[in-house]
Design a binder for this molecule. Structure first.
Ligand SMILES: Nc1ncnc2c1ncn2[C@@H]1O[C@H](COP(=O)(O)OP(=O)(O)O)[C@@H](O)[C@H]1O
Ligand SMILES: [Mg+2]
Length: 249
């Protein structure tokens, strides 16, 4: 839990920092759209593009009040329309989507997916440059982490240049020992570089922001939480840069 919330607010942080950012909703439940666009179900989006090779990508891009920040909704087609031939069956198409996004001048494409790494999510991860794994700071939640690491190792065979940006703890309650213990336990499960330094706190403002269809940084009272996403943005930008330097060296 916390994937969509993190995607929206992190994408907003990159856009505010001057990066031309596209946030794509690749979760068939379409929660980015629900959160940010009224009547998002009426918009064509990512799944329509997968289902229909003739659809022009620029027709799917929805602009927001922030000039650098655009969206692609999940769309009206479902996973069923697209057809799930198993992981790998949409890989070429997703790669085409990413090339199209770059051709439109976007510097960052952040894709919010459903949970798990199978089906279309697997193809998205296999086509991407980097992956960030939001993880709810809850003892039961981190039980799935070893399985996730195994699946990621498999995907890295298909996509050896995949940059693991790390696991980012979300809904952290720093005043609760149980929540702090999760961070320690997660640190023991992961290679040290894979645990993000920045943690997203549990905060009732997220509910208020999503009720109003806004990123938290767009709320007058959201500055403190926005600062956390700015810190996460800086942390990830540094990782993206050092990875780019290492792979072009
Ligand atoms: N850090 C947080 N603090 C408080 N509530 C949160 C936080 N992150 C997410 N939520 C709430 O939890 C619910 C699920 O979050 P969401 O980001 O949609 O999860 P996912 O996309 O992984 O299903 C939403 O109602 C959201 O407002
Ligand atoms: Mg979601």
């Amino acid at each position: 839990m916390g994937k969509t919330t993190l995607s929206i607010n992190l994408a907003h942080a990159f856009a505010r920092a001057g990066v031309k950012t596209l946030l794509v909703d690749a979760d068939p439940q379409g929660s980015v759209g629900h959160s940010l666009v009224r009547q998002s179900r009426l918009l064509s989006g990512f799944y329509d593009w997968l289902a229909n090779p003739d659809l022009a990508l620029e027709r799917l891009v929805v602009s927001t009040r922030l000039a650098n920040f655009s969206l692609v909704a999940c769309g009206r087609a479902s996973e069923y329309d697209v057809g799930d031939g198993g992981t790998g069956s949409h890989l070429a198409r997703v790669r085409g989507f990413l090339r199209g996004v770059a051709a439109l001048g976007f510097e960052l494409c952040l894709i919010d997916t459903a949970a798990g790494l199978f089906g279309i999510t697997g193809d998205v991860v296999a086509a991407c440059d980097a992956i960030l794994v939001p993880q709810q700071a809850e003892p039961l939640g981190i039980r799935s982490v070893p399985k996730l690491l195994e699946e990621l190792a498999r995907l890295r065979i298909t996509n050896p240049r995949l940059n693991m940006l790390g696991v980012c703890l979300s809904m952290v309650q720093a005043d609760l020992a149980e929540s702090r213990d999760v961070a320690v336990a997660l640190g023991q499960l992961l290679p040290p570089a894979w645990l993000c330094q920045t943690q997203i706190p549990r905060d009732p403002l997220f509910l208020r922001a999503s009720a109003r269809g806004l990123p938290i940084g767009a709320l007058a009272e959201g500055a403190a939480v926005q600062a956390v996403f700015d810190a996460l943005r800086a942390e990830l930008a540094a990782k993206l840069e050092s990875h780019a330097a290492a792979t072009t060296a």
